[in-house]
Ligand binder design. Structure first.
Ligand SMILES: *Cc1c(COP(=O)(O)O)cnc(C)c1O
Length: 377
């Protein structure tokens, strides 16, 4: 929702929808916090960074995010699909852009035209890429994620093609970098074995996603590939560095009512008043990505004070118990992020409700407009 105006001389600029009525609900994205998080990663690792900006930068809006990440001079950007790479090229981004999902055969030509760097792992793909005129590409090794890449113990099968067409880099992906160190060690041993089987060692050998990067004090690799950390998600229980919060989800109170003890709130009557209760109706629901699984699990903040969110989350509205606080129609309730000196982190909100923080963040893309704070915009 950009504010586009072409005022003719002498005329007041046209009223935007926002000037006429305030936003009901929105996502505030703190671009300065993204910049600080990226600088923290760079300082902590001392390595070139490939920020992952796939999925519209985890639903935060890829172009504002990329503009602010330019401040740390990334080595490259990581995307998932050709569309995302083409979008960055159309916006004038000239850095290397790496595709981190396998290409369908017909997509290699598009990758070539947009100067994208594909992740390849079969002789067939590699020769097809070379036949198209090629360009740099990365070899991806499957060390246990079993999602993409050549199996670590099958790299020898590529020996012939790799002797004539060497990859610019080789990488793998950890499946449980936020959990036990043992699974990381197992995958690293397999990765080392695969790298040793290559005819020549590529100049760039890399692996770390956010949780792997955040738990290390020194890295055996040549670059990092963080996504979540940049956008304010914790690197997990073993992290030694922590991000600043980036995302603040806010929604206004639409209506207020008193209900008597014994009355219930919302679909399925999953919440019952134990006393006379002041109920606020808030302008956010699962059509905004405020997931139904959060029903009766989460708090909100109003004027810096916590309020329990009560009853089943509906498509467009969620209710809160505001008996103990000052609350009026139009007041802003924060359901993720900071209000006053309290913060509801995405991690805490998601995990209390049994959701993945990644999934909660990525789901906030449907109806909520973004408002950007800080950064060069
Ligand atoms: C998404 C992704 C990342 C980034 O993971 P985070 O946990 O968000 O840091 C890194 N590498 C690959 C291959 C990915 O698909």
């Amino acid at each position: 929702m950009s504010r586009e105006s072409s005022p003719q001389s002498g005329e007041a600029p046209p009223l935007t929808a926002e000037a006429v009525s305030p936003l009901r609900a929105w996502i505030e994205v703190d671009l300065e916090a993204v910049r600080r998080n990226a600088a923290r990663v760079a300082q902590h690792t001392g390595l070139p960074m490939i920020p992952m900006v796939k999925g519209d930068a985890y639903a935060l809006g890829v172009l504002p995010i990329v503009r602010v990440l330019e401040a740390v001079a990334p080595y490259a950007y990581g995307v998932a699909v050709p569309d995302e790479g083409e979008e960055l090229r159309a916006a004038g981004i000239d850095r290397p852009i790496i595709l981190y999902t396998p290409c369908l055969p017909d997509e290699l030509g598009r990758a070539r035209s947009a100067r994208l760097i594909p992740s390849l792992s079969s002789a067939e793909q590699i020769t097809a890429w070379v036949a198209l005129g090629g360009g740099p590409w990365h070899l991806v090794i499957d060390t246990g994620m079993h999602r993409e890449g050549i199996a670590w113990d099958a790299v020898d099968m590529l020996r012939e093609v790799l002797q004539t067409h060497a990859p610019a880099a080789v990488y793998t992906h950890f499946h449980s970098a936020d959990a036990d160190a043992e699974s990381i060690a197992r995958q690293e041993a397999r990765f080392a074995q695969a790298v040793a089987m290559l005819p020549t060692r590529p100049t760039l050998v890399y692996a770390d996603n956010s949780p792997a990067m955040a738990r290390r004090t020194t890295s055996p690799y040549g670059a990092t590939r963080p996504g979540a950390f940049l956008y304010g998600l914790s690197g997990g229980p073993h992290a030694v560095i922590h991000p600043d919060p980036v995302v603040h989800v806010r929604a206004r109170i639409l209506e207020l009512r008193w209900i008597e003890a014994g009355e219930t709130v919302s679909y399925g009557a999953t919440w019952t008043a134990r006393r006379r209760t002041r109920v606020a109706t808030i302008a956010i629901g699962h059509a905004d990505g405020w997931r139904r699984a959060l029903s009766n699990w989460s708090d909100g903040l109003v004027h810096g004070q916590p309020i329990p969110l009560i009853g089943t989350v509906t498509m467009d509205m969620t209710m809160a118990d505001v008996t103990e606080v000052e609350a009026a129609v139009g007041d802003v309730v924060t359901v993720v992020g900071t209000d006053g000196d309290r913060t509801l982190t995405l991690d805490a909100v998601a995990t209390r409700a049994g959701l993945s923080p990644y999934e909660l963040l990525n789901g906030l893309r449907s109806r909520l407009p973004h408002r950007y704070r800080g950064g060069a915009r």
